[in-house]
Design a protein. Structure first.
Length: 111
């Protein structure tokens, strides 16, 4: 099974070629590729050839891993805040929790 732990995601990010990664549907001269192959590049450096749709997903790997780590940090922050309120004898309302989740976890994403 794939290790999706925060520690492993961060390790992979630290070892990965710097982004942004791109999956190019054209050759260097601008001519379109005649098949499903995509030239993979990271910050302009050649990485290899992949086929669609895997190439497009691979190009998003770095920002997706960064997003997972950020979401986990924000969720941990919410848990800590709720635990602190509970320890102080307070209980945040569901509306307060929902507002925090919308603002700090979902941010400007769709949904």
């Amino acid at each position: 099974m794939t290790d999706l732990s925060t520690t492993n995601l961060q390790r992979l990010l630290d070892q990965a070629a710097p982004g942004p990664w791109t999956a190019l549907a054209t050759y260097d001269d601008g001519a379109p590729r005649p098949d499903t192959t995509r030239e993979m590049r990271a910050a302009g450096e050649y990485l290899g050839i992949m086929h669609t749709p895997n190439a497009e997903l691979a190009a998003l790997a770095l920002p997706l891993a960064q997003e997972v780590i950020l979401l986990r940090v924000r969720i941990e922050g919410l848990i800590t805040a709720m635990e602190n309120k509970a320890a102080a004898g307070e209980s945040p309302s569901p509306a307060t929790i929902a507002s925090y989740l919308k603002e700090n976890v979902l941010g400007d994403h769709d949904g």
